[in-house]
Design a protein around this ligand. Structure first.
Ligand SMILES: NC(=O)c1ccc[n+]([C@@H]2O[C@H](COP(=O)([O-])OP(=O)(O)OC[C@H]3O[C@@H](n4cnc5c(N)ncnc54)[C@H](O)[C@@H]3O)[C@@H](O)[C@H]2O)c1
Length: 439
């Protein structure tokens, strides 16, 4: 008998029609699982902002915080205060898993450490939610997929972009065949001198930590394309260059606060102006030496700032892809070319001039007219995707089948596209996904 159903409810439901109200309440109770023992590893801005803040109220019936873990002992305490939770804090994931005994772990560490956290948690029988990118190289990818298979537990990769209503609309138009069969995709992503530069200030600037923006950032975009096309990437040819940040800069310092070039540097950023940034990073520097306001012209920057690739997919589609990181604009241009027309999207996320609409989608039919597509409005981070994704994970919110949670295979395919691009740019040759991991 289902937990929560009384014997009388069960007999009534089993022996004939019962009043709808009785069935509804019995079914509702039967569907309410016990609260999950929830923990986070990596309590930086994403860990607390996306995966903790507001949870004690919004998911009060679904989750109970049992542990927070970060290698930085000061930051994990700041996080605990910011979230207003009473659970214990840890600096070792093993210790947290042993003592706090969570049954659901969210992984929001620096990218290069996602895999080891995911493998440990799956190995102890937990369901795991990991931020993108799932992994930063092919060896980590294989380890994660093997660990999930062995554990029988579930790994969810949080591709929030899919859940923005504008992206769902694109999926629906493609599913209904609005432009026939897709033959090619043009996709250019623009990061501006604020957000784009920020990657070069932080740990993301090091390939050993982020896998480069091919993996850290582009895996978001590659996942969208894999999902929109319902196809797998097969082969990648890519080029990457550094034209503006790192050694290309006119001068440099270690970080912005003590910099002697403040007055001349357009990238100067005063972290002390944000009380939240100060408490989460500056006040925690003594524990690990991590400088959140690193110089964008530091010589150790080893990732490209300009990336171009061609990706071939299992359904014969080819995509030309580009990301530029020091643009006056933030947003993207995207087009699907098909046998019956073209779907053209322009996303204006930030620019120094006003725009009438943040996103425009046009459906152009061959031998026909251009039609403007209405986009459902949404509030919140990442085009409204963040909240919808969380409600789907924690409240099992109702969504169509094509909006189901991204799994480890999606995590693998998106990362491997980035890894293949990185390898292709390094080695000057096309790289097949099958060379990296057999899926
Ligand atoms: N989906 C999205 O839109 C989105 C947006 C932002 C960040 N992210 C992802 O979230 C993750 C965290 O990003 P962030 O901006 O919060 O970075 P951050 O630097 O603010 O936080 C990372 C935290 O992890 C801790 N850490 C590093 N290695 C650890 C380890 N092995 N064990 C425990 N703690 C460890 C660090 O001390 C730090 O507190 C990244 O993987 C990033 O890609 C995703």
């Amino acid at each position: 008998m289902s937990e929560g159903l009384t014997r009388r409810d069960f007999v009534a439901a089993a022996t004939g029609p019962a009043p709808a109200s009785l069935l509804d309440s019995a079914q509702a109770r039967a569907q309410v699982p016990a609260k999950r023992r929830y923990a986070i590893v990596g309590t930086g801005s994403r860990g607390i902002g996306m995966w903790g803040r507001g949870f004690p109220t919004r998911y009060a019936n679904e989750l109970e915080f049992v542990g927070l873990c970060d290698v930085n002992p000061l930051r994990v305490e700041v996080a605990k205060r910011a979230l207003g939770v009473a659970c214990p804090t840890f600096t070792s994931l093993d210790e947290m898993l042993d003592k706090a005994k969570p049954d659901l772990l969210t992984v929001t560490t620096v990218d290069a450490y996602h895999a080891e956290c995911v493998v440990k948690a799956l190995g102890r029988g937990l369901d795991v939610i990991t931020e993108k990118p799932m992994v930063t190289d092919e060896a980590q990818c294989k380890a994660v997929l093997d660990a999930e298979k062995k554990s029988g537990k579930k790994l969810t990769v949080t591709f929030n972009y899919r859940f923005a209503p504008k992206h769902q609309k694109i999926k629906e138009l493609l599913l209904e065949g609005a432009i026939g069969a897709v033959s090619s995709v043009d996709f250019s992503w623009y990061l501006d001198t604020s957000h784009g530069a920020d990657y070069f200030r932080r740990w993301h600037r090091l390939r050993s930590k982020s896998g480069s923006l091919w993996v850290h950032k582009a895996s978001h975009h590659f996942d969208l394309i894999n999902w929109w096309l319902a196809a797998d990437p097969v082969e990648v040819s890519a080029f990457g260059g550094r034209h503006h940040y790192g050694k290309k800069g006119p001068f440099r310092a270690v970080n912005c606060r003590p910099c002697p070039h403040k007055a001349n540097c357009q990238f100067h950023w005063d972290i002390l102006k944000s009380p939240q940034m100060k408490s989460l990073y500056v006040d925690c520097e003594s524990a690990d030496g991590y400088l959140r306001d690193g110089c964008v012209f530091k010589e150790d920057i080893d990732i490209p700032d300009t990336m171009n690739a061609v990706v071939r997919y299992s359904n014969g589609v080819a995509m030309s892809y580009a990301t530029n990181t020091f643009m006056p604009i933030e947003g993207y241009r995207l087009a699907f070319n098909g046998t019956k027309g073209r779907l053209e999207i322009r996303d204006w996320e930030r620019q120094p001039w006003p725009v009438e609409e943040e996103t425009e989608i046009y459906l152009m039919r061959n031998f026909g007219q251009r039609e403007k597509v209405a986009i459902p409005k949404a509030e919140g981070g990442h085009g409204g995707g963040d909240t919808r994704l969380k409600d789907l994970i924690f409240k099992n919110a109702s969504m169509p089948e094509y909006m189901r949670l991204p799994d480890s295979r999606a995590g693998a395919m998106s990362c491997l596209t980035g890894v293949a691009a990185r390898k292709s740019a390094d080695e000057g040759r096309p790289v097949k996904i099958g060379e990296l991991v057999a899926l």
